[in-house]
Design a protein around this ligand. Structure first.
Ligand code: SF4
Length: 303
């Protein structure tokens, strides 16, 4: 408690806490994995799917996966081809294979129930620090720091008064998030969700809507005149058109539409004009376990 009183970050975060919680109550987007309406498995799936992908776009995929494979045991029975196909255009399709491996590990090691500790969760295939922390907080109601890009940006601005410049989470980001986290477990869950949501819909990277923000009165960044707004440490994102990511997506999409059949090299060849890039992309998909290449160079989803 003494720390809370002398730590300026904790003091400012405490001032944000009540208005933010009220804003969350009134404005949180109504996704089916929120408000205790799904299983811990459903929460995990939503977190994995929404990395790199806006939640609104995740929604139909999440519903489809939960209908087809409502439990880890159900997903563990699916084939790699089925999960890659069901991943559709969510991007970064290795995540689909990792989710299946995760489901198999949960079935075989934990009797089909997600484990309840951070250390066990983070040891599962495809589950990193963010996802393990998010499941501990959002599904199990534990007091734990959750750090994603949105949370880092909001805390850096509102509490520290500085622009968040991207790149990986630093020790300073972690200390700041730790300083700000409410002591009470239930409040910490609301805090994590509300800060993340604020970063997604109000305190956005390029154009924060400070006029609609529930913490504008206490925001250190706004008070300082929003210095360095939008400045980034990282390089601008690579364009998608023409990238290997695009080519890999085109190949996978053709295979998804092939109803489980192999595609002869002749039809694969017509998918992309740069043959060398196409071959390199097919080889990298093979390395990632997302396709199998036949002796005749035909390509298929893994069986
Ligand atoms: S006042 Fe503006 S900069 Fe501060 S937290 Fe709100 S939206 Fe972000």
């Amino acid at each position: 408690m003494t720390d809370t009183l002398v730590n300026p970050h904790a003091v400012r975060a405490a001032a944000c806490s009540a208005p933010l919680a009220a804003w969350w109550d009134a404005n949180a987007r109504d996704f089916p994995w929120r408000f205790g309406r799904t299983t811990p498995w459903g929460v995990l799936l939503s977190e994995v799917m929404s990395q790199q992908t806006p939640m609104q776009r995740v929604l139909p995929y999440w519903r489809d996966w939960m209908r087809r494979w409502p439990t880890p045991a159900a997903l563990a029975e699916a084939t790699p081809a089925e999960v890659i196909t069901a991943w559709g255009s969510l991007g970064y399709p290795r995540r689909a294979l990792r989710m299946r491996e995760c489901a198999i590990a949960v079935r075989d090691t934990y009797g089909g129930e997600l484990p309840h500790t951070y250390d066990e969760l983070v040891a599962l295939p495809g589950v990193g620090d963010y996802t393990a922390s998010a499941v501990m907080s959002f599904a199990f109601g534990k007091r734990i720091v959750v750090i994603d890009t949105n949370i880092r940006r909001v805390l850096s601005r509102a509490v520290d008064g500085a622009e968040s410049r991207g790149g990986g989470a630093t020790a300073r980001d972690r200390r700041l998030a730790q300083d700000c986290l409410p002591e009470d477990a239930a409040q910490s869950v609301v805090w994590n969700q509300a800060v993340m949501e604020l970063g997604a819909v109000v305190c956005t990277a390029g154009s924060p809507r400070c006029g609609e923000c529930p913490v504008a009165d206490v925001c250190a960044f706004l008070a300082a005149g929003r210095p360095g707004l939008g400045e980034k440490r990282t390089r601008p994102r690579q364009r998608f058109a023409g990238t290997d990511r695009q080519v890999r997506g085109i190949v996978l999409n053709a295979l998804r539409n092939a109803d489980g059949h192999r595609l002869p090299y002749g039809s694969i060849e017509s998918l992309w004009p740069d043959g060398a890039q196409l071959d390199a992309c097919i080889a990298s998909l093979d390395d990632d376990g997302l396709v199998v290449i036949g002796p005749d160079h035909s390509v298929a989803l893994p069986g």
